[in-house]
Ligand binder design. Structure first.
Ligand code: ADP
Length: 914
């Protein structure tokens, strides 16, 4: 998946998760537990208040449990709250004694504990909210005392003994009542319970008939007391209760059942508020005791009931409001979620749309580009097709032209070849005539073969090439065909062998002449492209279906680039130095394909080649195997592929000409033209040419420009750069007559340029003039010639030869060395040539070419000239002068001096008066 899509997915995930966070924002946080000890009206009222209060706190929820006046049930409830890890516990303990341990446990577990209504033993709570029960008891006593005559008598129906409100109310009431002259006939517990209160009151009223007032610790017990007072016809007994719960206590006052009740504050909202303050770490009051209120009696009971009703109504209204708010909130949340989801979807859709759009445009662009490329390709194809057609046409017309010309050429050629063949075998020819005839014969044969090949090829293309199938033994024929190449193989030291199968005879029907030409072409190519000392191997094998022939050579091989094309007509690997016509292999392929066979090649540059021919074995039933005599003649092979040059010996007095040309025929032709006047040596390429020039130091080099290994320009440059050969004039021969080539030729130091074809006269004239030129130059160095240069001016002149020229520098160096050591009789030609870094023969030819003197003559002349000067300018004795100038004896000096100057040294001295 691409990075772009990943980016989109992660964006969507991010948006969705933030949406989740937003929608989960209103999760409840605080869980508050409420444990009520019983389930009476007062507690119901309180629970309503708690539930109402919690409506205002989004971050809190409450669970209320009632113990139905049972200690064990309440302990169980509180354990449940502890185990379920409630955040705060609000408890109204049933009995202090029983519940203190479990409440302490919750407190010690770190759960904030708020005690309300009743108390526990000790201080194991976080906060406590309670009413002032003593004050409540006192208020009740005061009310009774105010509404009754002096010294009233009272019964007290108490709450659960051990519960703190019962205790407080009892104390407050009895203290106040007795202190103000009242009498308490009895205080009996009825455990907050109406039935029990009825029973207790009933039995008490049986005993005490003079009772003025009954004080019950709560309204239910008060109602029970009222019932019993009625039963005992004590209608004037005042009944006082506590709690003032609307449906029970206040209603009983309004109904006239009890005379007064005192509000015992429920304060449900306060306990919740305190719990949340504790949980949120806000300040709170640890112990809050609510003050006692004024009595509810006949005068205000109805109003209070009405208020209560409207409160209930308000509460219901609030609950409804709250529900609808919750509903709206839920709606809001889901709508927000929907909104964000819609935003995400729109963003994603936008992204997808953008990507689609981009992909669409890219696709469009690619399509346009592709169409453009297609158009260009189509154009190229059309052009190519047109070119191909033109090429085809050109090839066809070329072939047609060749065919026509070939037809025209064949007759005169046949007329030439006959006489030439006869002349070749003639015995009365001079060696040179016979060589020339062999060249003519060879080239006539090549031309004839070429013309036949072109005509055959044309016939093949026109489907006119006829097959002359005959049954023949291939094994025998191949041996005979190979025979023709053996002598050439020997001459060139090529290992040439046949690998035949175990049963060499294999008879099959084939066009013997055509297959012979295939074999001839493969073998002559193998010989042509394999250097001396290489290997050419012919192998054949056969099975039921095919005959396979391979011709393997260790020659130069064919590059991969050319491999695919060598069977194409007129294809030649080396177009610069063509060594054939490029038609042989394509015709071989045509012949093989006429036999429904195949021809293929495997080769690599420098690794030789393997040509494989496969011909299906078929038989001509009627014809018996015939022996067909081979057409290939070994003389033909040798004359076509062999080397007809002989090593030439120098004839002493003639100048030496080095002919550098890769074409042996040209070497022979030029050699024959020049051989009367020159000694001829030859080289087949530039590299060999440089070698020969250095070895023999010829007087003239005639050099072809286009040659393998090293071309003529490079060869000329090297000759001119080498001290040994720098003086040799070079005449370039080339088929090109372009000025640019001439410039290149002259740049490389060539002294002359001759375009092919050239006439023998022109060649001779050019050679002559170059050699004459050379002689003229040599006169410049001729400062030592005794007769022509008797004075020191000529010597100075030679010293003043321009520097930087290799020959001048060479000659100057020679003079320096020799003149310095002239007196040394050891200073002979050997010594000075090795000082000059040349071999004796090279030094000889160099000095001779430069000065026209041999080194011995030159050195003697220099000695004599110095001697001459010394005779004229000094008083040194003749023998002193003779030794100083390097003559072995004064007598020899005298002889040489007389030979050179026509007088003896003593005569010169006498003449000059010395
Ligand atoms: P050609 O008459 O020029 O030899 P062919 O059609 O016989 O023409 O051969 C085509 C080309 O294939 C040649 O120019 C030559 O470069 C290459 N070739 C043929 N045989 C061999 C071989 N045995 N080794 C190397 N190159 C070869």
């Amino acid at each position: 998946m691409s990075k772009r899509y990943l980016w989109f997915l992660s964006l969507a995930a991010l948006i969705l998760s933030s949406l989740c966070l937003t929608s989960c924002r209103h999760n409840k946080k605080y869980r508050i537990a409420v444990s009520q000890c019983s389930d009476d009206d007062w507690r119901k009222k309180m629970n309503n208040e708690i539930n109402r209060e919690i409506l205002f706190h989004e971050d809190a929820e409450v669970e209320i449990r009632s113990a139905d006046d049972s200690n064990s049930k309440q302990i169980e409830d509180i354990e449940y709250f502890i185990n379920n890890k409630f955040d705060a516990i609000i408890v109204a303990p049933n009995e202090a004694e029983a519940l203190t341990p479990v409440i302490s446990k919750a407190y010690e577990n770190g759960i904030p504990v708020i005690i309300f209504d009743r108390n526990i033993n000790g201080e194991s709570y976080t906060a406590r909210i309670g009413a002032d029960d003593v004050a409540l008891g006192m208020q009740a006593a005061k009310y009774a005392l105010n509404t009754l005559p002096n010294a009233p008598k009272a019964l007290e129906i108490c709450g659960l003994p051990g519960s703190t409100p019962a205790l407080g109310r009892h104390n407050g009431f009895t203290d106040e009542f007795i202190r103000n002259g009242g009498q308490i006939r009895a205080s009996v517990p009825a455990n907050w319970n109406q039935d029990m209160a009825e029973k207790v009151t009933d039995s008490l009223l049986n005993i005490y008939k003079d009772i003025d007032v009954i004080f019950a610790h709560n309204d239910r017990m008060a109602i029970g007391a009222y019932e019993m007072a009625g039963k005992h016809n004590l209608h004037n007994v005042k009944i006082i209760g506590i709690d003032a719960a609307p449906e029970i206590g206040i209603q009983a006052v309004a109904d006239g059942k009890i005379d007064a009740t005192f509000l015992y504050p429920t304060e449900g909202h306060r306990v919740i508020q305190t719990a949340l303050d504790i949980l949120k770490g806000k300040p709170y009051q640890r112990v809050s005791i609510l003050p006692a209120s004024s009595p509810v009696d006949k005068s205000n009971a109805d109003i209070l009931l009405l208020q209560n009703e409207s409160l209930i109504e308000e509460t219901n209204h609030m609950v409804e409001l709250k529900n609808s708010i919750d509903q709206y909130w839920a709606q809001h949340s889901s709508q927000t979620l929907l909104f964000y989801a819609a935003v995400v979807i729109i963003v994603l859709l936008g992204g997808v749309f953008f990507l689609l759009l981009r992909a669409f445009w890219q696709h469009r662009r690619y399509q346009v580009e592709l169409m453009e490329q297609n158009r260009l390709l189509q154009e190229q194809r059309d052009k190519q097709k047109e070119l191909n057609e033109k090429l085809q046409e050109a090839t066809q017309s070329k072939i047609a032209f060749f065919t026509n010309v070939s037809h025209d050429l064949r007759t005169p050629l046949t007329l030439i070849s006959g006489p030439v063949e006869q002349l070749v075998t003639a015995t009365n020819l001079s060696p040179m005539q016979s060589t020339l005839m062999r060249i003519a014969d060879k080239n006539v044969k090549i031309l004839k073969r070429l013309i036949n090949q072109i005509l055959d090829f044309r016939k093949y293309e026109n489907g006119q090439l006829k097959m002359h199938l005959e049954e023949a033994d291939f094994g025998m024929l191949i041996k005979e065909w190979m025979e023709a190449f053996h002598s050439l193989a020997r001459k060139r030291n090529l290992k040439f062998r046949l690998i035949a199968p175990q049963h060499p005879a294999v008879s099959l029907a084939f066009d013997v002449e055509k297959i012979e030409r295939v074999v001839f072409n493969l073998l002559s190519n193998a010989f042509k492209y394999t250097p001396d000392n290489g290997e050419v191997t012919v192998a054949y094998n056969y099975d039921d279906k095919d005959l396979t022939l391979t011709v393997t050579d260790t020659g130069e091989g064919i590059s991969e680039r050319d491999l695919g094309s060598i069977f194409d007509r007129f294809y030649q690997v080396d177009r610069v130095h063509p060594n054939g016509s490029g038609i042989g292999l394509s015709l071989a392929k045509a012949f093989v394909e006429l036999h429904e066979g195949t021809i293929s090649v495997e080769s690599a540059l420098g690794k030789g080649s393997v040509f494989t021919v496969t011909i299906p074995i078929q038989h001509v039933e009627s014809t018996a195997a015939t022996h067909v005599s081979p057409l290939i003649d070994s003389r033909e092979v040798e004359s076509e592929l062999g080397d007809v040059t002989d090593d030439t010996q120098f004839e002493k007095d003639l100048p030496v000409v080095l002919i550098v040309d890769d074409n042996p025929d040209i070497q022979i032709l030029v050699g024959n033209l020049l051989e009367k006047k020159y000694n001829i040596i030859t080289a087949a390429n530039g590299k060999e040419g440089v070698k020969m020039a250095t070895k023999y130091v010829p007087d003239l080099v005639i050099c072809d420009v286009m040659m393998p290994v090293m071309d003529g320009l490079e060869c000329c440059r090297r000759i001119k750069d080498e001290v040994t050969t720098s003086h040799i004039p070079v005449l370039m021969l080339t088929a090109c007559s372009m000025d640019e080539q001439r410039v290149q030729g002259y740049d490389s130091g060539a002294d002359g340029y001759l375009s092919k074809p050239f006439s023998s006269e022109v060649l001779l004239a050019r050679c002559n003039s170059l050699l004459e030129n050379r002689k003229r130059i040599s006169r410049l160095y001729d400062s030592t010639a005794i007769k022509s240069a008797p004075d020191a001016d000529r010597q100075e002149k030679s010293r003043a030869l321009p520097k930087g020229d290799i020959d001048n520098d060479f000659y100057r160096r020679f003079l320096e060395i020799f003149e310095k050591e002239m007196g040394n009789p050891e200073m002979n030609v050997d010594a000075i040539s090795s000082r000059m870094g040349l071999e004796r023969s090279q030094f000889y030819r160099k000095i001779k070419a430069l000065t026209n003197y041999s080194p011995v003559e030159l050195m003697r002349n220099i000695r004599l000239r110095r001697g001459h000067e010394l005779l004229l300018k000094t008083d040194k004795s003749i023998s002193e002068i003779a030794y100083e100038t390097g003559f072995s004896t004064p007598a020899y000096f005298t002889k040489c001096y007389r030979d050179a100057y026509g007088e003896t040294p003593s005569e010169v001295r006498a003449k000059n008066g010395r």
